[in-house]
Design a protein around this ligand. Structure first.
Ligand code: SF4
Length: 395
């Protein structure tokens, strides 16, 4: 059961950064998990921990924030999609021509164990800068940028007094139409929204009739949709934001069609369309959370069978170094995919197909990795399915 709003109003949500602050863990568990914490930092908060069923060692909410020793297994890379390659100035990523990502901070209200940006939370990381003026100048100078995603970390962990001037400066740039805020605050700490009228005023001011602010929410499991979370989502929508949800498919959290369909349906009842479902990037430490591509496709499709049209709007994608690739279909022998966004215009909306590989976790597992990420034509080679390529259209 979640902590009541009344309780938290008086006490505020306390952040938890040490395993000793989690009394529900045994001393042996804490000792074992400390080694993980030394490598991949732990952070949660008392509201989110109150959603965990501590009687169940496999509780899905627990798996989202409490470390697992298997994270120490050698698997994956820290920057699995090579985000660094698309970082022209510090704190700004520009991979798709119309979209820029501004990394505004490096803290979240809790840390998801499966985070693909966990490198940002490490002490020696310097990819994020507190001064985003260089990034904003870059956006000003690139008229092709119509979408700006504020991300990090979590932009809503910042005080509104720090966040509002960033939104204001971006809104002053004529060619920027949509401002997106990527955030798990509605799930991790909805009181951040409920108790700060100035945040809602900021959204009201800068989400205009013609140019909206989109909240890219991050609910992984239907149990995160507590009355407080639903209240937070409704406040954001009433303030004029468009809210959508995206989630990775996570082993032990939502890799069950019943759970995933419940999440999709419940979101649709609230008025929050499911947008993307991501296959976990092969990020260092994420083996215990990743799902193979073809198994993920089956879970995703079986979940969609239990959904209304409004609830089944999500797309199953991989955020690969070369672009956002949607998994379209799997037959007995083949898997079919398509680029939704491509780093190189040549890939446009290219359709690709491969022989099936049930052990594949990532696009690279379907083809020789040396063929990926080529500067000119990443998929113009024999490794691609040859009978479906569409003409590039620059999307
Ligand atoms: S909220 Fe997003 S950025 Fe923060 S830890 Fe979770 S996945 Fe990573």
């Amino acid at each position: 059961m979640s902590i009541s709003a009344k309780h938290l109003k008086a006490n505020k949500v306390k952040y938890i950064t040490k395993l000793e602050q989690v009394p529900q863990l045994s001393s042996t568990e804490r000792e074992n998990l400390q080694k993980v914490n030394d490598k991949f930092v732990f952070r949660s908060n008392e509201y989110y921990n109150s959603l965990i069923d501590w009687e169940d060692p496999k509780d899905p909410i627990r798996r989202i924030v409490i470390p697992e020793v298997q994270e120490l297994d050698d698997w994956g890379q820290l920057d699995a999609s090579n985000e660094e390659r698309y970082t022209p100035v510090k704190g700004l990523e520009h991979k798709y021509s119309s979209t820029a990502l501004l990394l505004v901070n490096e803290v979240c209200a809790a840390y998801c164990r499966f985070c693909f940006r966990k490198r940002l939370f490490m002490d020696d990381n310097d990819e994020v800068t507190k001064d985003v003026s260089e990034g904003i100048q870059y956006i000003r100078e690139h008229r092709e940028i119509s979408n700006v995603l504020l991300t990090g970390g979590d932009p809503l962990i910042m005080s509104t007094s720090k966040l509002a001037p960033i939104i204001e400066k971006i809104r002053q740039i004529d060619h920027v139409q949509i401002i997106r805020i990527g955030t798990k605050i509605p799930a991790f700490n909805p009181f951040r929204i409920i108790e700060d009228p100035s945040l809602l005023e900021t959204i009201q001011k800068y989400s205009t009739d013609e140019k909206k602010i989109y909240i890219m929410a991050h609910f992984n499991h239907p149990r995160e949709l507590t009355p407080e979370a639903i209240k937070g989502l409704n406040l954001l929508m009433r303030a004029g934001a468009v809210v959508v949800n995206q989630t990775p498919l996570i082993q032990g959290v939502n890799d069950d069609p019943d759970v995933l369909s419940k999440l999709f349906n419940k979101l649709s009842y609230i008025g929050v369309p499911p947008y993307y479902v991501f296959l976990c990037r092969p990020t260092l430490g994420n083996e215990p959370y990743a799902i193979p591509v073809e198994k993920g496709y089956q879970i995703f499709e079986n979940a969609r069978k239990k959904c209304s049209g409004l609830a089944k709007r999500a797309r199953l994608v991989m955020s690969h170094e070369t672009g956002k690739v949607e998994v379209l279909a799997v037959t007995r022998d083949r898997i079919f995919m398509k680029y939704l966004r491509a780093a190189h215009p040549e890939n446009g909306t290219r359709f690709i197909e491969f022989p099936r590989n049930p052990d594949a976790f990532w696009l690279d597992d379907y083809t020789d990795p040396s063929h990926l990420g080529d500067e000119e034509h990443p998929y113009d080679n024999a490794a691609c399915g040859g009978n479906g390529s569409l003409p590039a259209n620059g999307n």
